[in-house]
Design a protein. Sequence first.
Length: 546
Amino acid sequence: MDTQRCGSHLPANLPDELEQFRLRVDQFTAKEIDHTSFHAFRVAHGVYEQRESDTYMLRARLPAGIILPEQMRVLALIAGIHGNGLLHLTSRQDIQLHRLPLAAIYPSLIALAAAGLTTKGSGGNTLRNIAACPHAGICPHEAFDVSPYVLGLTDLLMSDPRAFQLPRKYKIAFSGCGNDCAAATVQDLGFISKVRNQVVGFAVYIGGGMGANSKVGIVLEDFIPTAQMPRIAQAIERVFDQYGNRQNRKRARIRFLLEELGFERFKALYQAEMDQLPIEDFTIPAPLNTHSAAIVPDRQPLAGFASWRTTHVSPQRQPGYFTLEIAPPLGNITADHLSKLANIVDRYGEQMLRVTNWQGALLRWVAEEQLAALHAELVEIGLADHQPALLRHMVSCVGADICRSGICKSHELAQAIHDALTQSGMKYAMDCDHLALHISGCPNACGRHPLAQIGFYGVSRRIGEQSVPHYILQLGGQLQEGHTRLAAGSTATPASNIPAFLLEYLQTFHTASQYPDFTAFLHADGKQVAEEIAQRHLHITNAAKD
């Protein structure tokens, strides 16, 4: 199995660590170690206990969101045999398997490793999956393809034991241009590719993050040559390791360390670490294989091909090639669908998928001659359903149905919004490509609500003697280098009333014809309008309290 095609390698000590994991499972099962000790060990390996007792979630990390067909098949097999048959594409370009029993975890980790995948560091106080723009290498606006740098840095940092014993999580992302599709400006450490005086390099952002006290990152370096990038990532990690808050988990991210030390003190510590790190050659993996697979014989387009092409296919900067979007609802895909999709990916485009940060996937480098046949094959396996942009790109975390941190059932709200919008026939709103709707089941921002133009995060409010799920409305998030803004708002609306509120709000926007787009509406009086409409949706029926 050629698992090195994507250029990333597994840590050399992974076999030993998996054996340690097996021993810890045996010790926990025999009650030789307690729940707290086992929790600290397994979470760093991307193994989370779910809300349903004695079931676990595995999160496989996919650097730059890249996944190969053979890896898709292994994930589908594990989900089908050991899990609930459903996989979830995450907003950090990982992929999750749900409801695995404890006895299945070790054999699943072994199977993933054989396919070139690991869950190590996808949870806990560790270096998390390094994200990248899913259009890297094909975007007409990028300075250069950041994918190889993501893969090379992943290999470098994953080999450092320090990366798995940090005060809290360490998130890094790479964007190819100022549109910042990878959200580099809201990461612990972010890189945006640049070319200055014919030298390729990066602008460097530090101290961003979402969740408690979300922050936009600040500029650490306005330009550095690419050769300095790995030393910067290592230096920041070392400052974080030494000075991060290990007593208060809620104040343990780099953004809080910046507040406590001040930028100048932080930068001096970072520069001291840079000076001590040896200047070593950093081997960037070779460019990824982007050659299109063999041309599939031409065939007549099926009914629905034209509309699917309009909504799901976009031209690349490379003439004659296209990228198509696979959009499983809210990032949830069955094991059967993933396995069948792997067989298709094997024969089209660059023969790998890029998982997106909006919980979908891209198949890139598809030739014009392949599109009709590819559409037909996706129709056959049920993955060519037409969805308007607003629903196709709606982001939601897994919520309280699965997550122990979840307060509200975010997938239920997403489905209710989907049904309400579909039944309303609001085509004008649903076809808006740039209206981002995100839902998190709690303030932790796994649904990326701080970046949404319309976002919600779950809270609980007492009404009489009962605790009732509510959502805090967030408006106005935007990603763009130099202009990144976080969504804001404080109005709590009962969960059961959110679809009706949203329908009325979007209808109001549509009738306000003086605004060219939703962003202009928000900048004018859209936020005030939202508050006024929300006040009409605060009442809750007795039935909705249950």
